[in-house]
Design a binder for this molecule. Structure first.
Ligand SMILES: Cc1cc2nc3c(=O)[nH]c(=O)nc-3n(C[C@H](O)[C@H](O)[C@H](O)COP(=O)(O)O)c2cc1C
Ligand code: SF4
Ligand code: SF4
Ligand code: SF4
Length: 556
């Protein structure tokens, strides 16, 4: 049997996709007043369609002009929206992808709960979904996705936590999904059995009293029976206890602390209960991991958005066999939380502080804090300069040299170099705190402390090229950067930074060659846990090379 992978085509009802990757629907905050498509909307989707995803699922688009979630949302609430949406479907399809439209309704946006809705409003909402789907297909979308998840009306109706209705649209799980079934049957009646129709469900709401797999398995089976062709399985994003950035929200947009694909297990579980294809989402930007999800049959497709915001050419680079060129999404969620102005469209904002407080959680003394003006401060007077915050900040905004209170080279490396007894040949070894640095006792025992300054860092990947050059300016003859062998420690929270160590070392040597030196004076080694004690031997060899180099007359 042919091996199924990310680039294997898939057919869902009449929809033929060239690969298994979907641009996950994501609010772009780009609609014009009234919910109309803008040029920005067109460019945003066209770019990602052109870069190779099989299916572009356009964001949450409201079927009603009043029950609408905040921000500049697209609408499909009137026939006047059809021409703009038709342009959008066309640019996506012309760029080589299939086009989908996610349609939604939000009472949360106007502060209501399911039990507040008169039955008349529910009947109207069902019709609005049916009409919204009709308009989407008329506009040329290949597929419609019904938004039955997160903090929107249909999820409120499905959830055992929020649906407190006493009529036939509430009660047990079957009552709570009656409106959903009526929507699907209505769309099928109007559009026929051949139009591809997806639904997105939260397999686990990750909120006290909310739906878990126990309810969602039944919901998934019933949706399939009703005529849904594919289930897009998401998680969390309920704002009704922790709010934005609460646990439920973060489970849906997993941040830097979560492993790859923390919600794949949910799709995998749902897949056992249905026969239709299942899509999984959430932190799938590591191409190797994403491929494994499909290859191992844990889901039929993957959906992603933040990796495509960080690098719209993600798919192209994976297809070309150049995953190392991908601009990695740091899962900082700055794209969502850190817009400069509420009307700015969504885009990757990786290099701005997201106020995610990851630094606070990782600082041994809990020093960083948000001040009364909403700006992050570091409480520098108590800081012992361990560098944990700089090492973990997903937005890379905490930098040793950018902090006027703390210049890493001047404050930590220079005194160590000045303390070296040898005036003959001196070197600096920069070692990962949780890896090679553990060799420090052996270093002393082997007498290396005489001419080698061993510097502890949270991750050598965080040491900048410029900093390496500044260390040479202190008068040392060479630098050895010692990191961990990544395969040994796949859980390392700095693993995204780690590959930068080798690249920065290479770049620093390149610069040195361009100006004066012809030989490498900065080297990089990666050690497994068992090899850590070999660091002193490797340092000795490094020093011998430096000495030979010096005697050769190649000094600066
Ligand atoms: C800026 C932003 C907007 C989002 N808007 C939607 C949306 O409109 N509809 C939806 O189903 N999910 C939405 N999501 C959730 C994403 O589709 C996706 O499930 C989540 O971000 C996890 O996937 P990722 O790790 O690939 O970003 C949004 C996520 C982000 C970051
Ligand atoms: S802002 Fe952060 S989470 Fe958003 S796309 Fe960029 S790196 Fe990823
Ligand atoms: S400095 Fe970095 S880790 Fe700290 S809150 Fe800002 S983005 Fe988060
Ligand atoms: S350098 Fe260390 S002590 Fe200082 S703020 Fe960062 S994590 Fe906290």
């Amino acid at each position: 049997m042919e091996k199924v992978g990310l680039f294997t085509p898939i057919k869902i009802n009449t929809l033929e996709l060239k690969n298994r990757m979907m641009m996950s629907p994501a609010f772009s905050n780009s609609a014009a007043p009234g919910g109309f498509v803008t040029d920005w909307t067109l460019r945003h989707y066209q770019k990602r369609a052109a870069a190779g995803v099989g299916l572009v699922m356009v964001e949450h688009t409201s079927v009603n002009g009043y029950y609408i979630h905040g921000g500049n949302r697209l609408q499909v609430s009137t026939d006047q929206h059809i021409p703009g949406l038709a342009r959008l479907a066309k640019v996506i399809k012309d760029a080589g992808a299939k086009a989908g439209l996610q349609i939604a309704h939000s009472i949360h946006g106007v502060g209501l709960k399911p039990e507040d809705l008169p039955k008349r409003v529910i009947m109207e909402m069902i019709q609005e979904f049916i009409q919204g789907a009709r308009r989407a297909y008329e506009a040329g979308f290949d597929v419609v996705e019904l938004h039955f998840a997160h903090t929107y009306t249909m999820a409120d109706m499905l959830s055992r936590r929020t649906n407190r209705r006493l009529d036939e649209y509430g009660g047990d799980v079957y009552g709570r999904m009656r409106a959903h079934q009526e929507i699907i049957l209505g769309i099928r009646e109007m559009m026929g059995r051949d139009v591809p129709l997806f639904a997105v469900i939260s397999a686990d709401e990750f909120i006290i009293g909310g739906n878990t797999l126990k309810q969602t398995r039944i919901i998934a089976q019933e949706l399939e029976k009703c005529g849904i062709d594919c289930l897009d399985v998401t998680a969390g994003v309920r704002f009704d206890d922790g709010g934005l950035k609460g646990y439920s929200d973060l489970r849906g947009k997993p941040t830097v602390e979560y492993p790859d694909g923390p919600n794949v297990y949910l799709a995998e579980d749902i897949k056992k209960y249905v026969t239709i294809p299942v899509i999984t989402r959430g932190k799938l930007g590591n191409p190797e991991f994403a491929a494994s999800v499909i290859e191992q049959g844990r889901a039929d497709m993957i959906a992603m958005i933040r990796p495509l915001l960080a690098d719209d050419k993600w798919v192209k680079k994976v297809q070309a066999g150049r995953p190392e060129l991908i601009k990695i999404c740091m899962a900082c969620n700055n794209c969502l939380y850190k817009r400069r102005h509420p009307d700015d469209p969504i885009k990757c904002m990786e290099r701005e502080c997201a106020q995610c407080l990851t630094c606070l959680r990782n600082c041994p003394y809990h020093l960083p804090f948000i001040n009364e003006n909403g700006v992050l401060e570091f409480g520098n007077e108590w800081c012992d300069e361990c560098g944990m915050c700089a090492g973990i900040c997903p937005a890379h905004v905490v930098r040793f040299h950018a902090n006027p209170q703390y210049d890493w080279v001047a404050d930590q490396v220079a005194p160590a170099v000045q303390g070296l007894k040898s005036k003959d040949l001196r070197a600096v070894v920069i070692a990962c705190a949780s890896g090679p640095y553990r060799c420090d006792d052996k270093f002393l025992a082997d007498g290396l402390a005489h001419n080698v300054a061993l510097i502890r860092v949270p991750c050598p990947g965080r040491v900048e090229t410029l900093q390496m050059l500044c260390i040479l300016e202190l008068g040392v003859d060479g630098i050895l950067v010692a990191g961990c062998r990544l395969e040994e420690n796949p859980e390392c929270k700095f693993r995204h930074h780690h590959p930068w160590a080798a690249r920065r070392v290479a770049r620093a040597n390149e610069i040195l060659q361009e100006v004066v030196l012809t030989r490498k004076v900065i080297e990089e080694v990666e050690l497994t846990g068992l090899q850590v004690l070999e660091l002193s031997g490797l340092t000795r060899d490094f020093i011998s090379r430096l000495r030979a180099h010096k005697e050769d007359g190649g000094s600066r």
